[in-house]
Design a protein around this ligand. Sequence first.
Ligand code: NOJ
Ligand code: CA
Length: 582
Amino acid sequence: MPHSGRSAASRDWWRKADIYEVYVRSFADGNGDGIGDLAGVRARLPYLAELGVDAIWFAPWYPSPMADAGYDVADYRAIEPLFGSLDEAEQLIAEAHRLGIRIIIDIVPNHGSDQQQWFADALAAQAGSAERARYHFRPGQGAEGSVPPNNWTSEFGGTAWSRVSSAGRAQPAPEAPRGPGAPEAAGEPAEWYLHLFSPGQPDFNWAHPDVRAEFADVLRFWFDRGVDGFRIDSAALLAKDPSLADLDPGQAGGEHPYIDRDGVHGIYREWRRIADSYPGERVLIGEVWLPDAERLTRYLRPDELHSAFNFDFLCCAWDAARLREVIDVTLDSHARVGAPATWVLSNHDVVRHVTRYGRADTAFSMSDRRIGEPSDRELGTRRARAAALLTFSLPGAVYLYQGDELGLWEVEDIPDELLQDPFWERSGHTDRGRDGCRVPLPWSGKQPPFGFGPEGSVPWLPQPTQWKDLTAEAESGSDGSMLELYRAALRLRRAEQALTSADIRWLASPAGVLSYRRGDDITVMINLSAHPVGLPPHDKVLIGSAPLQGGVLPPDCATWLRTRQCTSGDEGFDRAAQGSQG
Ligand code: NOJ
Ligand code: CA
């Protein structure tokens, strides 16, 4: 049933929203070319309304040469033709709004595409020109200028610099030969430009007023078209040390030359003023990967971003003590700035959590995806079900990634020649990258394309044949399916007063068990130990991640109980008293 997410009663909606990430290319293919598109999304909006999400976050839908699956934006005011048109996007926004679903879109401000007009102008202009000043162009080191300007490395591997070649094209290091027609003045060695990601993603110079003005205008362009917010890509990287000094790996203290520099906050204060100038609580959500919770929550001060993803939670091992610590640190640090906590298990950059939780080492690190490491799928799925009940029972906002609700796993055997993620090439074929979590969704039927596109169409990445049991159709109405668990839990999360409150109190529990009380009448238990544990006295089982037989909670299972009487062993730890959440 659609809900009234956009009603007047939904002030502060983003503080407890359930936000579903759509990775357009892999969601649903309306025209049968094998690539997901806006027509596909529009046709599936009722599915998302029924799932019960408050908002959709779209990974980049802009025109892009796809050097990094759309995170290389060639035009910030249009739609990738493979996905549809601006007109369709506007229709989609209106249709979603009618179903009570808000629309959040990705914005990629750290870098553009090398196919963007500004960059073409920069390549065609000379060293020191106004056109190049919008990016970070620098001469190389050494007599011929053939050594990159500094030692920074690209997230995808190799140097973070590419050299301008004669043909007005950028080339990766080592230096491409220069020939006639080079834009540099005669005798001047060709310059290099900075790209913290792939060479197709030149970094903008955020000290340049044109860059600031351009993005302010892009925000307005989409706010004017009704979008409810932006997910800000690589949000902590925009400000660079103007000297572009070498990175000193041994450096203790002091500012990093490009991560989380204090200068970045002024940008978001300006963006917040723009968001606040629109009616209806438009939001800014930061993709901020930082090891320090205090540094992270600086982005969430009242005049900056509304919210940020909780990557500590995503990366945390399936371990009660460690999860409890992450939950505590998250709630404390966010309460201090009055921002809502967020809970994330997966997204388009990480190994799907069914696979992570089935491994011997259940923690995750972006720098080591461990694709192909043995994983017990049944165990991973059981834990993923319990993790869903953990996530949906915590105070704050929740982010779901498409396919989480179907229990999809990481596809680890994509043939080498089909891999598209730049990690694969840039790592010299040592890192298989992120394609395994981007495989097109299975919707219906018994064989590929599983309703992703029309019968006979070939999805851009192959789907495992075993996904016949994980289609939305197969799982709909099927007792014990991941989809029905998600639907039921999201319904309760919205309907139960205790779960919409900010009140959470830890309860005493056996080792390896997380137990807390939410509001006046719900007790949550998650058993991460190897042994069954007894349930406390309760009026009713509201939901369980597995059947609870004989009043015990099996290992790797979770439950929400109606417990009207105060449970004994209450540690009396009342979060509501500490912060202004909810
Ligand atoms: C984070 C995005 O989520 C990821 O997919 C992308 O490769 C980088 N930022 C660069 O834009
Ligand atoms: Ca298509």
